[in-house]
Write a protein that binds this ligand. Sequence first.
Ligand code: ADP
Length: 268
Amino acid sequence: SEQRTLLCSITLYGPDNRLILFRDNTRIHHLEQMSKDFVANVSHELRTPLTVITGYLETLAHSVEIMPQPPVPVLPKAVGQMQSQSHRMSNIIDDLLTLSKLETADSQQDIQPVSLPLLINTIVEDAKSLSGNKNHKIIFNCAHEDQILGNKKELRSAISNLIFNAVKYTPEGGNISIRWTVSLNTGYLTVKDDGIGIDPQHIPRLTERFYRVDKSRHASTGGTGLGLAIVKHVLLRHDATLLIKSRPGRGSSFTCQFPHSRLVKKAA
Ligand code: ADP
């Protein structure tokens, strides 16, 4: 069939002794699709029961709060733990659904010139409240007026993940800078921090789903391990690439490189 032909990889053994090899990738492609559909369906199915559990937990937490004496001493702590774990599970489900949408949705949908200053300033406000009493200094420097031709919602999700990570992995009082600039027809959006940094051996694997440098840290940072996988997929859909530089104990920088075809001059 036409579809089978499209999924074949072909190497030829021609007159000058080249090997001719036909490999039918249809089955691999089919299995990959089945696994993506499975993850999307499971995530979707888990959402409703989790919403019910979270709702009842809220009622329970409220009752425990006003109880003069809990029937078992561990009850307030247990309810608190159940709330935070169901919140975490809900974040994982949301991220998995975001990822599967990024893998399947039409990448040409809702494409428009996106201006970065407004978008980044709102993300920075959210990042400041996430930073709370860690008192980070967060600076956005917009060195260029060019806009990005893309999907605003997806770009917001990728940029928030990078900025929120900088907040999560930078100790109290640290500096976080965000910079948008265009040079030699390429757009560079960099999120830089002077936080805990990453050992070089981990860098190639950071954008894999659920890959985390320090698995024991997730309880305190509250991440899902899916943030950078989302960033990678959003950038792929915008013909952009991610460059990661980091030194343990010194900080990290994450740069999204947008090609000329994705840059739009701001109308005068
Ligand atoms: P998580 O939800 O764990 O933050 P991500 O996919 O966003 O998941 O990031 C993967 C891992 O990369 C994190 O667990 C963390 O170890 C590391 N990481 C990401 N951003 C930074 C950063 N700015 N500084 C140090 N480590 C980082």
